[in-house]
Design a protein around this ligand. Structure first.
Ligand SMILES: C[S@@+](CC[C@H](N)C(=O)[O-])C[C@H]1O[C@@H](n2cnc3c(N)ncnc32)[C@H](O)[C@@H]1O
Length: 355
């Protein structure tokens, strides 16, 4: 009975988040057409059948999310985990930020970044306003709004999509089942504001967690979210995923969520090569990112709209990229992939040493 009530509460919450996301986008699009018609992207309307399929896949994502919590892969409390009061207080800022976004969009200005950053400290491909985001990834203002903006963009499914890395990760870590949990070290590459690390902490309460990102502002925000959690504080490291400051074979698992589509092809390969280098033989890599043309051709119009609506310079290349081939090039084996709503999840292993 208690389970049924919790499930009902979870479904109601997700429906509420979806409604909120759809309403916000509808209102902000109308306002943009009225006040900044030059900044309005030309989005193709989606056919009714496709919307129905999207809704069906979203329901399946929530069902899977519930099921895996019920199976004990992670605590059910994670399903409700969000900084509600904080988000509510930041929501007006999302509206206040919109005119700047429209302005950049209409001016096709994608290099509008804070003046005080040192451009030499970052790869050139990073120095852009991804999603037309104010300050790119390079300010506390951007970091303060990011989680809420992503929740709105994905109609409240961002966290269920991130949690899809947990089942393959736990399966992969079975290779180290003979070790004390506290000796398992897991790195989240491009951890951003640390939302994936929160999910990892729920599933692996004793493991050593590390998050790496190029943005110190995002890591500062991550530190705020993560400091609230009981247990060891994850280690947060500023760095480039293409060349990470960790020793060879020093990790048992690596995760990487929503990074690959923001990288040019060579950087994408470099990150996968680095993940391979860092993993101990037997270790597992789990990636989550956007669906692609090959696995979800029916959603091509959705992917096209995403590309048109947001500044995502490498997305077109990403959706046609062969990630399995890249993983194999990096040296990985046992490569598997699955799709959950708008997310593709890959799992791959570094071959264990033979005795
Ligand atoms: C779309 S966000 C995803 C963040 C987080 N994983 C999530 O699930 O919300 C992309 C993140 O990748 C980081 N990033 C982009 N290029 C990077 C690179 N070469 N090395 C490390 N982090 C990078 C950005 O700073 C940003 O935090």
């Amino acid at each position: 009975m208690a389970d049924q009530l919790t499930k009902l509460a979870y479904r109601t919450l997700q429906q509420g988040k979806a409604l909120f996301g759809v309403t916000h986008k509808e209102m902000s699009t109308r306002l943009m057409r009225l006040l900044a018609p030059d900044g309005s992207p030309s989005m193709a309307p989606l056919p009714e059948g496709l919307l129905g399929e999207l809704r069906h896949n979203m329901d399946a994502l929530h069902e899977r999310d519930w099921l895996e919590a019920e199976q004990g892969l992670y605590p059910a409390s994670l399903l409700f985990d969000a900084p509600w009061l904080d988000w509510a207080s930041r929501y007006p800022l999302v509206w206040l930020d919109l005119p700047m976004t429209w302005n950049r969009r209409s001016q096709r200005n994608v290099r509008d970044l804070p003046r005080d950053i040192d451009p030499k400290a970052y790869p050139d491909y990073y120095l852009q306003n991804f999603h037309h985001q104010t300050d790119g990834y390079l300010s506390d203002h951007s970091a303060a709004l990011y989680d809420l903006q992503v929740e709105i963009l994905f109609n409240g499914t961002a966290e269920p999509m991130r949690r899809r890395v947990l089942a393959p990760l736990l399966r992969g870590l079975n290779a180290f089942a003979d070790r004390p949990a506290s000796q398992i070290r897991v790195l989240d590459v491009a951890t951003g504001t640390g939302r994936t690390l929160r999910q990892l902490r729920g599933a692996l309460p004793k493991a050593q967690l590390v998050g790496l990102d190029l943005s110190t502002a995002y890591l500062r925000q991550a530190n705020r979210w993560l400091a609230e959690l009981p247990g060891e504080l994850p280690q947060l490291v500023q760095g480039n995923g293409e060349s990470m400051p960790f020793a060879d074979a020093s990790l048992q698992a690596v995760t990487c969520v929503f990074l690959l589509h923001e990288l040019p092809a060579q950087a994408r390969q470099n990150v996968l090569n680095e993940c391979f280098r860092l993993l101990e033989p037997g270790g597992v890599l789990v990636l989550a990112d956007s669906i692609q043309l090959a696995d979800s051709p029916q959603f091509t119009p959705v992917m096209d709209n995403f590309r048109r609506g947001f500044h995502e310079p490498y997305y077109r290349d990403y959706i046609g990229d062969d990630i399995e081939a890249r993983l194999a090039t990096a040296g990985f084996e046992a490569i598997t992939a699955e799709t959950h709503f708008m997310t593709r999840v890959w799992s791959a292993r570094k071959r264990a040493r033979t005795a």
